[in-house]
Design a protein around this ligand. Structure first.
Ligand code: NAD
Length: 498
């Protein structure tokens, strides 16, 4: 399926528009490397118009009753639901996520995110502080004003919504840049925003290359806050640019997540979750486990069964409902994965599964890599240190649980990790030492919008989802109402007032 007969537009100041300079970019289906759509390719000029519109809209949006803002978010969510039939194949075609994922997760999750944020966001409050009886002291939760939202391609729609919805409900106006390779479903959102009746300038959506359009958003003096999800390298670049104006940056970055399987683990659950969470979405999940530390008593059985289970994953055409794993998002992702596979072999890793492209006629032209598992002997190898963002993982044998935690912590990333054991007391003690933002016991990759999501270290220190996300889109303005008629000062006996 392609969308070449459809027009895709940016949304700027309430109007669906082409790029100012008329630029366009082709969107490529990674399953066959054919173009599926043509979208606007913006420049800094489009960003300037979008930011100016967002700036004009910010005061009236901030002063709109929160229930009215919520009503618009519900409407937008309902429009996504009404168009699910169109959005599901579009999401699949633009980055290769199988329909089993885009229909069961991406579109329902985006709708859920609108509903949850519209509901929860109505009760965001400031505080009162009773420290001084001569005053009433409070904090007001204020929106930042214009926020820039920059998102990746691995969950194109839902990642955009998980920024847009909390930003809007708390009274910010937005300039959103979806990923250049997969902007289609977010551009459909632009059309629905107009249909829902959002005031002009409240939501602006611009497409284009990160180094030009993304950086123009980050460096624009009227954008007060950036919320970014993507690669840690890009995150560092954005923080560097934003520091010029001391801009607040929320960053959800890469991960190299550990799954620790101890001798007393429930093995069926551990094997099934390992295969699913490592290879779901072709391993292109920031939260996927990509390094496994398995205690020696269970190592042979766990690894043998993990390899057998992963070998049964159905890889193929992402539009087939039976497909479990589609291609990677584009050819360069496959090439990167293949470079890491070659370097793991060279470094002495033992290939237990995969390591190649599926060479069937239907997949030969696509960006496919088979599920790949290496046995690794050195934690400092790339396979255990670098985010590959592909269906490529390493397993290592460990003697003790403490050794597993030490190895898990020996990494610059700190997004998430899981521990598999029947002993919850032991697991809780180990989790105290794990350097991550999210830790599961006997679970991995379970992320629901009511719970906070985010990491530490080079994975970024931000939280998305849950009530905590509102901290990212508001700041606390402290207001002091003096009650005493003659406030105390240190000069009161020294200063002559007459
Ligand atoms: P990416 O960093 O290449 O791109 C993300 C976005 O940033 C895109 O919209 C891109 O166009 C833009 N961008 C690129 N260069 C830019 C620049 N110089 N200035 C401003 N914007 C720029 O990431 P990706 O390849 O799209 O996504 C995969 C990465 O995202 C992985 O590292 C993954 O772990 C991470 N990710 C993290 C989370 C999380 O919650 N921590 C969630 C999803 C994805």
């Amino acid at each position: 399926m392609d969308f070449l007969n459809q027009e895709f537009y940016n949304l700027i100041d309430g109007a669906l528009v082409k790029a100012q300079k008329g630029g366009t970019m082709n969107i490529i289906n990674p399953a066959n490397n054919k173009a599926v759509a043509v979208v606007p390719k913006c420049t800094a000029e489009d960003v300037a118009l979008a930011v100016a519109a967002a700036k004009r809209a910010k005061n009236s949006w901030k002063n709109t009753y929160v229930g009215d803002r919520a009503a618009l978010l519900y409407k937008l969510g309902a429009l996504v639901a009404a168009h699910a039939g169109e959005l599901i194949p579009m999401e699949t075609a633009q980055y290769g996520g199988p329909v089993s994922k885009t229909s069961n997760f991406d579109i329902p999750a985006a709708i859920g995110e609108f509903e949850l944020m519209a509901g929860m966001g109505r009760s965001v409050t400031g505080t009162t502080i009773t420290a001084d009886p001569t005053a009433r002291i409070l904090t007001l939760r204020e929106p930042y004003g214009v926020v820039g939202l920059i998102t990746p391609w691995n969950f194109p729609l839902v990642t955009a919504v998980s920024k847009l919805a909390p930003a809007l409900i708390t009274g910010n106006t937005c300039v959103l840049k979806p990923p250049s390779c997969a902007p289609l479903t977010v551009l459909k959102l632009a059309e629905y925003a107009v249909e829902a009746g959002f005031p002009a300038g409240v939501i602006n959506i611009v497409t284009g290359p990160g180094p030009e359009v993304g950086e123009a958003i980050v460096t624009h003096r009227d954008v007060n806050k950036i919320s970014f999800t993507g690669d840690s390298r890009t995150g560092k670049r954005i923080m560097e640019l934003a520091s010029g104006q001391v801009k607040s940056v929320a960053s959800e970055l890469g991960g190299k997540n550990a799954m620790i399987v101890l001798d007393d683990a429930e093995i069926d659950a551990a094997v099934e979750t390992a295969a699913y969470s490592a290879f779901f979405n072709s391993g292109q999940n920031c939260g996927s486990p990509s390094r496994f530390y398995v205690q020696e008593g269970i190592y042979d059985e766990f690894v043998g069964r993990f390899v057998r289970a992963a070998g049964k994953i159905v890889v193929g055409d992402p539009t087939d409902p039976k497909t479990m794993m589609g291609p990677l998002a584009y050819n360069a992702c496959r090439d990167t994965a293949e470079r890491y596979i070659a370097s793991a072999k060279k470094a002495g890793g033992r290939l237990l599964l995969g390591g190649e492209r599926p060479e069937t006629p239907d997949m030969r032209d696509g960006a496919y890599v088979c599920p790949t598992i290496f046995q690794v002997y050195d934690n400092r190898q790339e396979m255990m240190q670098e985010e590959i963002f592909a269906p490529v993982v390493g397993v290592m044998k460990v003697k003790t649980a403490d050794e597993a935690v030490d190895l898990a912590n020996d990494c610059r990333y700190g997004l998430c990790a899981s521990i598999w054991t029947r002993d919850y007391r032991k697991a809780l003690k180990l989790i105290d030492r794990l350097e991550v933002g999210t830790a599961w016991i006997n679970q991995h990759l379970k992320i629901v919008p009511e719970t906070p999501w985010g990491g530490c270290k080079e994975s970024g220190w931000t939280k998305e989802n849950s009530m905590l996300v509102f901290e990212e889109y508001t700041f606390h303005k402290h207001v002091w109402l003096e009650l005493s008629e003659q406030p105390h000062t240190f000069w009161e006996t020294m200063l002559d007032l007459n």
